[in-house]
Design a protein around this ligand. Sequence first.
Ligand code: ADP
Length: 263
Amino acid sequence: MIPSSNVRVDGLVVRYGTTVALGASTFALRPGTITALIGANGSGKTTLLHALAGVVEPAGGSIEGNVGVASALVSQQHHHHRWMPLTVAEVVRMGRYRRLGLLGRFGPDDRAAVTDAAERAEVSGLMTAPFGELSGGQQQRVRIAQALAGEPAVLLLDEPITGLDPPSQRRILDTMRAERRHGTTVVFSTHHLDEAAIADKVLVLGGRVLAAGPPDETLRPDVLSLAFGGRMIVLGDRVVLDDHGHQHDHGAECAPGVDVEAP
Ligand code: ADP
């Protein structure tokens, strides 16, 4: 693994043409922590992950630390690859290609990294299976194994558990926690409060990072209303988000124990 370091993001701006996809955003990421990005559809979560992964060029500001080449991005799941005639082992091995380069040969270190990544993402028993025939949850674990095979210091996950069945969700959240213990910097996006509550730090997005801090300071009606406005309903001691327009849309309730007060 490439040793992790603190990541400092200062005044980061991302534009697509004339659209400001992410306005000036400042925050830090510490190694061995999980950070959740929460915000409504179109709030800039994917854009921020792409900027951290180095796949989009910032229009302004700076990103300092071990990102870009030391990061691995697991994009949102698309199920139109069922035709893909690849085994799970081949998909995981692809996670080494960036390190190998064009002429690199697959050596013992690469094989060891693939075996280790498969164990960490719990796909060791699936290696000979055709990737396209796996369930959504299994495919997502394989995609995480592919990312881990590159031994990233920073693991970036775009809505990693959205749309999966609860047991698959739990396995992936457990893998994220195990990676945190491993010293990896884990960043994931979600529009569900209960998922965000498992993080050490939450970035609340609404066109830019509006607030950053631990879940008990950020998953509160006064802060969330900045990002969700009228799409947030406070029911007694619970906050429910009504994020219409999202393809996997369903309400999310605040995890028990989060400090929520009626406005
Ligand atoms: P989220 O992941 O929170 O749903 P995105 O990062 O995908 O949000 O989008 C943030 C903003 O940037 C939105 O206004 C979206 O329409 C815009 N955007 C995203 N990708 C592109 C693109 N390739 N071209 C133009 N605008 C884009």
